[in-house]
Write a protein that binds this ligand. Sequence first.
Ligand code: UD1
Ligand code: CA
Length: 462
Amino acid sequence: MNFGVILAGGKGKRMKANRPKPLFEVLGSPMLEWVIRACENADVKELCVVKGFCGEQIDEYLGGRYETVLQAEQKGTGHAVMQAADFLAKDTTGNTLVLCGDAPFLDAETIAQAKAQHEAEGNAVTVITAKLDDPTGYGRILRTENGVAGIVEQKDATDEQRAICEINSGAYWFKTAALLDALQSLDCENAAGEYYLTDTVAILLGKGEKAGAYCTENTDVILGANSQRDLLELNTIARMRVIDKHLDNGVVFTCTDGITIEPDVEIGAGTAILAGTILRGKTTIGENCNIGPNCIIEDCTVENGVQLNYVQAYKSTIEANVKIGPFVHIRPNSHIKQGVKIGDFVEIKNSTIGEGTAVAHLTYVGDSDVGKKVNFGCGTVTVNYDGIIKSRCVIGDNCFIGCNTNLVAPVKLGKYVYTAAGTTVTKDVPDYSLAIDRGAMTVKEGYSLKKFSGKIEYKDKK
Ligand code: UD1
Ligand code: CA
């Protein structure tokens, strides 16, 4: 059996936060999630996460998906792996991948290729390495004519060793049995006074085992975040990678300002994404749409030819040729059908809006089933909540809702129903009817003259 051990115990002092570093997000997912996904995609599915600093947050995030072990004190990467010894002892016949929970770009391909080399060479340990122009801060890979000889940390390295530019990514494949054996020989006699996992390489070589290095060309895979500045850089890299993919697919970007697209979002060719637009989660956008400026679209299906301008939409479906915005909120579980037009300051929640319907301004439609070609006057409100329960409104095809109509749910309008402006509808209205609810209007002539008792002229002058 192959195991994965993800190190997520370190404090990450420089992040200056009460949150474990691996839970900081890159493009909408915690770095830990990126690492877990890479493992899963490389078919490493028996995972153990070593938690430490604010470890309960790791458990809360994982929600029992994977096993965790607590490293109560952070005494180094070797010490962290020791906490997983019982987990690994379940089956010592296979290999164990050890990686850092704060290096999100290590991908499944690199993991798989390193494993192939690890097995082909019969290594007890294979370190994933990269060559960097500036290796400062990383562990350096020591080599002799016999191959990899060990890893020396920056703090412990001589000037000559510091000039080596092949560095340790912090990810390794071990034979599980060899790893468990080597952990027992670790000590903390070094500049940091920590149990270095990196020392296992020299220990295993000393026991006559083989060690190797898989040197990756893709230096991004080693990038980690030690500070908020690093995290911003990781986000920038990830963000531009996604935008790059969409450019290849024919998506139009005239600028990339404030545009953030999460990795699982799909966008059709000919669609333009405008400044300030954030596309999240499992969102699919069709062809020839215009999305933005300043939209947030999360977990939505948007069909072809849709125009969204200053729209926030969540967990909803927007069919073809719909035009929405500006300043519109589409809340979860809404279904906006073909050709609908929704204008400024409208909120739609948990509702279906039928084909060709227009909701032009200042309207709230919640918990409602609206038919085709309905026209909503300005200021219509579905009164869906009585303080205890939410109820639905049903509005038939071709209704004409007058301005400032209140529809007190549960209520049903048939088809071709008119409501007069200002009507509060409290009972069902049959097809082809007019609902009107108004007191008779009275006009009191001379009212203001009397009120100001002849001083109108004085007021005019002021
Ligand atoms: C480590 C490697 C270094 C490598 C670098 C790559 C060692 C001794 N050094 O150094 O060779 O170039 O990663 O980024 O391993 N962690 C724990 N418990 C601890 C200490 C760390 O869980 O007690 C976790 C951290 O949360 C992090 C990972 O282990 O996810 C790496 O720890 P970090 O302190 O960043 O190691 P580096 O000093 O960067
Ligand atoms: Ca690090």
